[in-house]
Design a protein around this ligand. Sequence first.
Ligand code: C2E
Ligand code: CA
Ligand code: CA
Length: 743
Amino acid sequence: MQPKTSTLERWQFSAAVLLPVVLALVITAAAVLGFVFWSTANIDERALERQSAMFEQVIEARRIRLEHELASVAVRDDTVVNTRLMFNVNWVDRNLGKWMYEFFGHNRIVVLDALAQPLYMMEDGVSVEPRTYRHIASPVQQLVNRVRATVPPSIVPGGPPKPVSVSDFAVVEGLPAIISVMTIVSDTGAVVQPSGTEPLIVAVQFLNDDTASQFNNEYLFEDGHFSLVRSTGPDRATHPILNAAGRFVAFFDWERDRPGLMMLRQTGPALAAAFGVAAILVFLLLRQLRRSSAALEAGRRHAEHQAAHDRLTGLPNRMSFDVHLARVLTDRQGMGMGMQLSLLMLDLDRFKQVNDTLGHQAGDELICAVGQRIRAVVGPGVMIARLGGDEFAILAVSRDGRQDVAAMASAIIDAIGRSFDLNHFKAHVGVSIGIVNASGGNAEPRELVRKADIALYEAKAGGRNRAVVYEEHMNELLQLQHTIEGELREALLRDDQLSVAFQPLIDQRSRKVIGAEALARWHHPKYGQISPARFIPVAENTGLIEALGEFVLRRACELGARAPGRTIAVNISPTQLRNPRFSVQVFDILHQTGMRPVDLELEITESILLDDEHVSAQNLRTFRAAGIHIALDDFGTGYSSLSYLKRYPVDRIKIDRSFVSQLSEGHVSVAITQAIVTLAHAMEIEVTAEGVESEEQAVILGRLGCNTLQGFLFSGGVVAERITAIFADKANSLHRRRRTKAA
Ligand code: C2E
Ligand code: CA
Ligand code: CA
C-alpha cells in the first residue's frame, strides 16, 4: 500500500527543499550574470579610455605634422625672396598655395606681410582674392598675435635664423580645423630680417570627413566624424578637442569599440545553455529527491500503520487505542460536558475451546469475523481496537450525549451469538462486555480502562454473554477479589464463616425429595454473603480448592451418613480431579463419616472430559467401580456433545439452568431438550434439570421425561438441619412450602 502524497506534504517539500534550491539557483544566476555584465562594462570602459587616449595622441600628432609640413616651405631662401623682397604671386601660387594643397592637402594657405595683411590666399587648391582672408581672419589673428609675441629662438652667430611657429585647434568658417602660423625665414641665413617683420605663412587643415576617414583607416576608428555637437547614442564614443587655452573646439565621435559586449555575445548563448542544463539537472535532481522522499514518507507511514494496527484484523492495536483514548479525553475537556464517552471492553466467551478444538487458523478466522461483525453493528465512525487475544475495545463518543450504548452492546451480543462458519465448521462463541460511561467530569484513561475491566469481570462472573455497566460498588468487590485469597485462607482455618448449604433434588414423577446438592457458602463478617461463583475460581487458581473441597465433601458425607438412601451431590473442581490422591481422600472421608459410596454423586464439568488427563480418567473409573455416581454438570453451556460420554461414562447429566430458563411452550429449546433426554436415556444416563423456577418449566420437563428437578421452584440451598428435617418428613415432599428460604 502506497499512500498518495498529500497536498500538505507537497507544500512542505516545496518549502523545505524546493524553495532554497531554486533560491540558490536564482541567486547564483544573478551573481554570475551580474559579474558578466559588470566585467563586460568594465572591459568596454577600458577600451573606450584607450581609444580616447589614442585619439588625443593622434590629433596632437596631426597638429605637429601640420607645423612640420609648413616648415618645409616657410624656411627657405627663395620663399623669403618671393614673399618679402619681391612678391611674386605666380611663384607663391605655384610653390606655396597649389603645392601645399596638392602635396599635403591643406585647405587654406595664406601669406601675410609684416603687418599681417594678406598678400595671397589659396582655397582648396585655387588662388582667391587676398581679401577673402577676412572670412578666416578672426581665428588666425589670435595665432598671429602669439607668433609676434614670441621671441625667436636665439640664433647661433653666423647660422641660419629659426622660425617662430604656433599651431592650434580652432573653428574656421564654421568647421573644426587645425591652424598653423609660421614666420618665413631664410634657411641659409643669406637673408636677414629684423625680428617681427618676417612675412607669415598660414596653413588651415579642416578636420572634416576626409581627415576623419584618414583617422579611421590609420587608427581603426570606426565611422569616426568631427562635429561641433556631441553625438548621442549608446554605441557612440565622443572625445572633445580643446585648443591651447582649453576652450572647446569640436568633438570627434566614433562607433565605440565594445570588446566586452562582443565577448558577451559570443559566450552568452553558451552561458545561457549552461544555465539551462544546470536548471534541468537541478529540476531532475529535485524530482528524484521528491520521489524518494515521498517513497520514504510512504514507507514511514506504512511502518507507522503496521505498528499501530493489529495484523490479523487490521484494527488499531492496544498502543494506538491508548493514544486515541488519551487524545479523546483531552479533547473532551475542551469540548465541555455535553459530550458523552463510553468505553466498552469485550472478551469472547469459549474462544479458547474453538482455538483448541478447531485449530489456530480457525481461531484467527473467528477473530477476524468477530471484528467485522462488531464493525457492522457500531458503524464506521466508532473506534474499535483489538487489544490482543480475544479482547476488543470500543470507544463510542457522542457529541450530544444521546447514544444508546446499552442497545449497542446488546446488538453486539446478538451479532456475536450467531454461529460462525469457519472452514466447514460451525462455531459458537459469546461475548462478555464491560461498559464504563464517562459523562461529565474529568476522566483519566487508565482509570477508565480499569473500570471497564471491572465491569467486564462482573459480566463474566454474572454468567457471561452479557453486558454490564460499571458501578462504583463493583470497585469494592474487585478490591475484595484481591483480598479473597487471604480472607479465604483465613476462613478455612476458622469454623464460623464457611458452611455448606444443601439444595433439594426432586424426583420429577413423585415430586418427592430424593437427595440434595451440597453448595459451599461463605459468610464474611465484613462483606456478608460471598457467592461461590466469586470465590471458587480464586480457590481453584490458588490451590485452596483442595481444602475447601475437602471441607464441603466432609460436611456432605456427614449428612449422607445420617440419611442413607438419599443422594448427596458434591461439586468437584477439575483441579481436584487431577490430583492422584483425590480418590483416596474421598474414600477416607466416606470411611470416616460412614457414608455409603452409592449415596454419593460427584458433579464434574465438561472441561474434564475435554482434557486428556490420564489421572482424571483414572479417578473417575475408580469412583464408578466403587459405586459412586458421576454427574455431568452444566450440560448445555459447553460442547454439549454426548459423544464424549462414550469415553467417560457418567450416570447423570444436569441440564444447565440457562437452558432451562428458555423453556416455554412452543420454543425450540423444548425440541432440543427432548432430543437430549431421549439420547441420554438411550445411553442409560439419567437427566436432571437445574434452575427450575416455574411450574410451567417443571411440567414441560416432566413431559419430556426428565428424571430429576432442582431449582428455586422447590427450594434453594438450606442449612444441614433443615435438609435433615426435610429428609425426615414422611411425605418427603416440599409441596406445602414451595419456596424454602434459601441459605
Ligand atoms: P452449580 O453446580 O450449577 O450449582 C447450582 C447453582 O445454581 C447454585 O448457585 C444454586 O444456588 C443455583 N440455583 C439453584 N436453583 C436455582 C434456580 O432455580 N435459579 C437460579 N437462578 N439459580 C439456582 P451457587 O450456590 O451460587 O453456586 C454457584 C456455582 O459454584 C455452582 O454451580 C458450582 O459450580 C460452584 N460451587 C458451589 N459450591 C461448590 C463446591 O463446594 N465445590 C465446587 N467445586 N464448586 C462449587
Ligand atoms: Ca452443581
Ligand atoms: Ca450446574
